[in-house]
Write a protein of this length. Structure first.
Length: 334
């Protein structure tokens, strides 16, 4: 494995006259890192014929991954005075991972395939990793619409829509890894009040919504609850067939947490509270809101599928709803 990491750090101070009520001048720091990492002899659990092998999978050195990326962090004291201060921080990261080489025994093939699952979809391939291509390939039919009879139309390889019995071609229909990720945190103080929040997001990834792939079809209404999103077609007259229709843009921004606090400036000199050096009351909220166009439970990037690190981008049906929570607390300093 060879790696190259470059780090730079810069600090900036004021070049003008200081304001009389400032404790210190604004300052800013920036840290950036770029990396180029090559992972040789990548170990992966691949499918093998049985017999002659005792089992259908085995661990092998399958090839090489190249990872290029950059990460930037900026911290900035926007304002720092006697009665008010504000500090902000931002992060940005971007990376690109390519399967540059495959073992000779796998040359011309692919690895990292996974399927839609039970019931009845074990042969429906969702992902694959191909030599010379980025990691994160989502694989399947390209959906083009419906015909007059309510049947799915898929790309036949020329841009023409055909039904599933006319041998449409499968190909790349998305990528499960984001183009970049970001975070933004802020801390404010005004007199005895303080407030902080953290916002983060991932941009540019797609997600296979397996709930839709299984249950967004009026034909299954006698056996299952039908999933009804903006993509639902009540006039569908076809079997449930996985395609790019079930691959969604999953970019998001989330307010992970926010806290509002109040510190008692004058601790009582008598009574129970007099035993404490400081008193602070706060209210914290977790998972406050998510901005996304994804119709599934959670647009978070799925970096792995089970133990398969070459199959990102699959939102399995086991995903449960994240709860929004609030905590009212009291900090007592002795």
């Amino acid at each position: 494995m060879r790696s190259r990491i470059r780090s730079t750090r810069k600090a900036f101070g004021s070049t003008g006259n200081a304001s009389p009520d400032l404790i210190s001048e604004n300052s800013r720091s920036r840290t950036s890192r770029s990396a180029n990492r090559k992972t040789k002899d990548l170990i992966f659990n691949v499918t093998v014929p049985s017999p002659p092998n005792l089992y259908t999978t085995t661990w092998k050195n399958i090839g090489q991954l190249d990872n290029d990326g950059v990460e930037i962090t900026i911290n900035y004291e926007v304002l720092q005075a006697k009665k008010i201060d504000w500090t902000t921080s931002a992060t940005f990261s971007k990376y690109h991972i390519v399967l540059t080489k495959l073992d000779e025994s796998l040359r011309g093939s692919y690895v990292g395939a996974t399927n839609l699952g039970t019931p009845g979809q074990e042969a429906t391939q969702l992902t694959r990793a191909v030599e010379g291509q980025p990691i994160g390939i989502l694989y399947g039919y390209k959906f083009l619409g419906y015909d007059a009879a309510g049947k799915y139309l898929f790309d036949d390889g020329t841009g023409k829509g055909v039904t599933s019995d006319k041998n449409p071609v499968r190909g790349v229909i998305g990528n499960g890894l984001p183009k970049f990720e970001f975070g933004w945190g802020n801390t404010f103080r005004y007199r005895d009040f303080d407030f902080n929040f953290f916002l983060r997001g991932s941009i540019g990834h797609e997600m296979i919504n397996t709930l839709r792939a299984f249950y967004e079809n009026p034909a299954i209404g006698t056996s299952y609850n039908v999933v009804n999103t903006k993509f639902f077609n009540p006039n569908l007259k076809d079997a449930q067939i996985y395609s790019s229709l079930h691959v969604e843009k999953a970019s998001f921004a989330k307010l992970d947490n926010a806290t509002l606090g109040y510190t008692v400036s004058s601790v009582p000199k008598s009574g129970f509270l007099s035993y404490f050096r400081s008193i602070r009351v706060f209210l914290t909220g977790q998972n406050l809101f998510t901005i996304t166009k994804y119709t599934g439970v959670d647009p978070e990037v799925r970096y792995v599928d089970g133990n398969n690190v070459l199959a990102p981008g699959i939102d399995r049906r086991e995903t449960w709803v994240y709860t929004r929570s609030f905590t009212l607390g009291l900090n007592l300093g002795l």
